[in-house]
Design a protein around this ligand. Sequence first.
Ligand code: 2BA
Length: 108
Amino acid sequence: MKLIIAVIQDEDLKGLLKVLVDKRYQATHISSTGGFLRKGNATIMMGVECEKIDEVVDLIKNNCRTRTEILDPAISSDVLEWYVPQKAEVQVGGATIFVVDVERFEKV
Ligand code: 2BA
């Protein structure tokens, strides 16, 4: 078994969870915040059998879009050492996906 941790955009959450549940996968959604944009995003945690990893990664890829966000100067001065005087565009997502080995998995 492996643990998939995927950071996705809130806008894609509902659709992705529907597809995962329809296909009988189990997932946990955690509300999260991007360190750079300081905007809410969603983290999905899934314990997945090794032979299903590619299918799940494809489902995530196919249900999460890249979007353009605006980096607000007020926030950028807080986060960055360099000041962005104008609103700047930032490409976000589809998804940032980590696949991690699971040493032990139990449900009690
Ligand atoms: P944020 O940290 O809010 O980042 C949003 C987008 O801003 C990123 O999109 C990237 O295009 C840009 N960005 C992030 N850090 C930057 C920096 N230091 N300088 C310039 N541009 C920067 P994505 O790469 O698609 O990431 C979307 C979200 O996924 C991130 O939101 C963060 O919550 C998560 N993420 C991405 N890479 C990660 C990593 N290596 N570890 C943990 N979380 C990660």
